[in-house]
Design a protein around this ligand. Structure first.
Ligand SMILES: Nc1nc2c(c(=O)[nH]1)N[C@H]1C(S)=C(S)[C@@H](COP(=O)(O)O)O[C@H]1N2
Ligand SMILES: [Mo]
Length: 259
């Protein structure tokens, strides 16, 4: 089902290992894993190694992480909407977060800015901010959840990514849309999430132009994903079948990271 190889675990009690591995799944995906009816047996198929030393334990963790991604992707409902909130629920001031402090955040010149397009798309023309602003916009008031232990409700306005991808003739059967940012941050988004109705190329925040803190000139807002899957200061979009990794993904965060 998930393209996993059937492997034998020499010398390890499969049921005990499956139970321990299930405990290691982060809670939202564990709940989904169990709610989705995935059997514990499926988990044991992952582990081709005897968990006797640190190296094999780490290998097991990597395998579980990959499995976790596959389970979440399999259970993801492409049309299920993230909850929306009234304006009165908006968190002000909205938190800033990045892998550096606010004074180090990129200062992108909006007049010179171009969103570069590459990969499996019909039209690879780049887009100026003015051109993006001419496309039909939508506003969402949704919750942003950061793995560092905070969440906040914000209002984001922009172009549904799905409509943008259709407009540029993207291959919608490709595996990923991969974003690069002015600060060197990167993040891959699976195609079902890229096509989700609430996934947005964001130009506005709380009724104004997207402030520098939150990703000027554009960010990708994805209310069905954890905060780190919402790249800010986005400078390029690539439609690709290849998994190209990302800033936090490369440090072990699950790439799917759904809510
Ligand atoms: N370019 C870029 N995008 C990024 C980050 C970053 O460091 N650089 N951090 C991510 C993380 S971990 C979070 S929680 C959100 C924070 O977005 P905010 O500043 O709008 O709250 O941005 C995400 N996108
Ligand atoms: Mo985050």
């Amino acid at each position: 089902m998930f393209g996993l190889k059937r492997l034998i675990i020499p010398g390890v009690d499969k049921r005990l290992l499956a139970r321990d591995a299930t405990k290691m799944l982060p809670d939202p995906s564990r709940r989904r894993f169990l709610a989705g009816g995935a059997s514990l047996g499926a988990l044991t198929l992952l582990t081709g190694c005897d968990v006797v030393d640190q190296v094999s334990a780490e290998k097991l963790l990597v395998q579980i992480s990959k499995f976790n991604d596959a389970v979440q992707a399999a259970i993801f409902d492409p049309e299920q909407l993230a909850p929306s909130f009234p304006e009165s629920a908006i968190t002000r001031p909205f938190p800033f977060n990045a892998f550096y402090s606010l004074d180090e955040a990129p200062r992108v010149d909006g007049d010179q800015y171009r969103l570069e397009i590459s990969g499996l798309v019909g039209d690879k023309s780049s887009w100026s901010l003015a051109q993006l602003a001419q496309l039909p916009q939508q506003t969402q008031i949704t919750r942003h959840v950061c793995v560092e232990g905070w969440s906040a409700i914000g209002s984001w306005t922009g172009v549904p990514l799905r409509e943008f991808l259709q407009r540029i003739g993207a291959d919608l059967r490709a595996n990923y849309v991969w974003f690069r940012c002015a600060d060197g941050y990167t993040s891959p988004i699976d195609m079902p999430t890229a096509l989700h109705p609430q996934t947005q190329i964001t130009l506005g925040f709380d009724g104004t132009t997207l402030p520098r803190a939150y990703g000027y000139p554009i960010k990708i807002r994805i209310p069905t994903k954890l905060g780190f899957k919402n790249p800010k200061y986005v400078v390029s979009l690539e439609v690709t079948n290849d998994y190209k990794g990302g800033y936090w993904e490369d440090q072990g965060y699950n790439s799917f990271s759904g809510l």
